[in-house]
Design a protein around this ligand. Structure first.
Ligand SMILES: O=C(CO)COP(=O)(O)O
Length: 132
């Protein structure tokens, strides 16, 4: 499955703990990230991540483009709801596209944990039939 991992600055520690905890599941999938998140994930784990631009420089839009082509199967986006982001329209657009294409998307840790366990159990195998 193609899985996007994105975290705002105040959520990056949380994301690193998440990817360390679930490395054994994530290693079986193709991982995509915005620039800084991907760099950090590769520093703290042995995971390989395809990195796009940093979020404020267009990374959310690049991941959005993959979603728009219905090629992303899951999005884990640990958002910071307390800090205004300069690229807020890009963030909204990415999440909107997840709804357009019915892509499982988690925007907080509690949902991320459920999605990652679902990924391991094969709950989103149906994506193989609707992708591309
Ligand atoms: O801003 C982001 C998502 O909106 C994340 O970007 P970085 O991973 O480059 O910090």
């Amino acid at each position: 499955m193609n899985v996007a991992l994105i975290a705002h600055d105040n959520k990056k520690e949380l994301m690193m703990n998440f990817v360390i905890a679930y490395e054994n599941i994530l290693k079986n999938h193709n991982l995509f990230s915005t620039g800084t998140t991907g760099k950090r994930v590769m520093e703290v784990t042995s995971l390989k991540v395809h990195r796009f631009q940093s979020g404020p420089l267009g990374g959310d839009q690049q991941i959005g483009a993959v979603i728009a082509e219905n090629r992303m199967d899951m999005v884990i986006f640990l958002r910071d709801p307390m800090t205004p982001q300069p690229h807020e329209p890009d963030i909204q657009a990415l999440i909107r596209l997840c709804d357009v294409h019915v892509i499982p998307v988690a925007t907080n840790l509690a949902t991320a944990e459920i999605l990652i366990r679902g990924l391991e159990r094969g709950d989103i195998e149906w994506r193989k039939h609707v992708r591309d």
